[in-house]
Design a protein around this ligand. Structure first.
Ligand code: NI
Length: 424
């Protein structure tokens, strides 16, 4: 489809207004009309700010069914006492609706791509195909060693899912392997996952150095930090997405600087579960590709990346007792440039330029919390609630037009979710 967004303010062009042309899945022109372009849809951009969609670097989309269900608990009790038992009773259908609920919130608050770790094969792919969102999907893997039956089954499901996606041409998805964490996977199993990822050319997506206990246990058991431990096992020899990284040594910082490694910080989840503050400002200064995620809706409890932007910058300033750490500009770089890099999309998307994928959002410039119009980057980092987003476009397809979702029946999703949680 050809879409013309007329006279829209572009975040990247220091707030200049231009016409934006989208053709098929890509941006066809910025300010300059491509030859022979005839718009099928025209959007008036005169009160709109346009920017690349946000990338949620770490979430578990199916988990929105657990939102506001298990709160104010210690980490171990939350995960092993409440969430794990419920998850083991959950059906794939419930997971599908959990995904769709998450996608409603993502589309409404300007997320166009997310990196997911899930426990329900195919459901996230199916929901992506139905909703039009872009994703990097990783099957969560847990196992003792390379002969562990459950561990092998989960790994097979991860690989089968890639074949399944080939039958869903509408799904804009890529894949990786998701070894859950060093405390849920044995050493030999982690080596095996690393070998499989290298063989298949897949990235890995893993929880890393999230809690003080994980860090301390790893030191006791393996005589090294969690980051050094997974490096030893070969997990960092493939592109790696490491969620959390709250507890790091100076040596870990060196390791994480390698190209191909992305760290995803999840400030709301870390604060809510009492896990502390990741050294985000330091990582950025060290040249580490640190991006931003929400984690699942059970430990956040929102999948709203604008809310997360604000929490990240404010918590970093507060924890460092320094108002200069993590400026609005740096905050947006983390959420945009580094997010696209983590998702493997740095070349293809993340900029409003001809030839890039049309993954864009429009925001209402006239929202009261955006007045007066002094500084758009500050408005986005400090003032935005996420619900100023009016239009969301992924791969050239309009998923929300003037605050109306076009691919998801919200009433149906809410009804299915209400039905699903009756079993809890
Ligand atoms: Ni997580």
């Amino acid at each position: 489809m050809n879409i013309l967004i007329k006279n829209v303010r572009l975040l990247e062009e220091s707030g200049e207004r231009k016409d934006l042309y989208i053709s098929g899945s890509r941006i066809a022109g910025v300010g300059e009309k491509p030859e022979g372009f005839v718009p099928e849809v025209t959007i008036d951009g005169s009160h709109r700010l346009c920017m690349p969609g946000l990338v949620n670097g770490h979430t578990h989309a199916y988990m929105s069914v657990f939102r506001n269900y298990a709160d104010d608990l210690p980490f171990e009790e939350w995960l092993f006492g409440k969430i794990d038992p419920l998850e083991s009773r959950m059906t794939p259908e419930q997971a599908y609706w959990g995904n769709m609920l998450s996608f409603m919130e993502m589309i409404r608050t300007g997320t166009t791509c997310f990196i997911d770790m899930h426990m329900f094969p195919q459901m996230c792919v199916k929901a992506c195909a139905d909703s039009g969102l872009r994703a990097l999907i990783t099957r969560g893997l847990v196992g003792a060693d390379r002969n562990d039956e459950g561990g092998l089954r989960r790994l097979k499901e991860a690989l089968d899912e890639i074949d399944y996606a080939a039958s869903k041409p509408k799904a804009h998805v890529r894949f990786g392997l998701g070894p859950h964490a060093i405390y849920t996977c044995g050493e030999d199993y982690l080596r095996f996952v690393a070998e499989t990822a290298a063989d298949r050319g897949l990235p890995i997506n893993m929880h890393m150095a999230e809690t003080r206990k994980e860090y301390g246990d790893c030191l006791l058991e393996h005589g090294m930090s969690p980051v050094a431990y997974v490096q030893k096992l070969g997990l960092l020899d493939v592109p790696a997405i490491l969620a959390h990284c709250v507890y790091l040594t100076d040596e870990d910082m060196e390791i994480l600087r390698a190209p191909g490694i992305s760290v995803v910080t999840n400030p709301a989840s870390n604060m809510k579960l009492g896990n502390g503050f990741a050294p985000v400002a330091r990582m950025l200064k060290e040249g580490i590709c640190v991006c931003l995620g929400t984690d699942g809706a059970s430990s956040n409890n929102a999948l709203n990346m604008f809310r997360e932007l604000g929490l990240m910058t404010l918590s970093q300033k507060g924890a460092a007792e320094d108002s200069l750490v993590l400026t609005a500009e740096e905050t947006l770089r983390i959420a945009l440039d580094n997010g696209y890099r983590a998702a493997g999309l740095a070349e293809e998307a993340g900029r409003i330029e001809a030839g890039k994928l049309a993954d864009l959002i429009l925001l209402d410039e006239e929202a009261p919390n955006f007045q007066p119009k002094h500084n758009w980057k500050a408005a986005l980092a400090y003032s935005s609630t996420g619900y100023e987003v009016t239009d969301t476009i992924v791969n050239g397809e309009i998923l929300m037009r003037d605050r109306q979702l076009t691919t998801i029946d919200e009433e149906r999703v809410n009804a299915e979710i209400a039905r699903a949680v009756k079993d809890f």
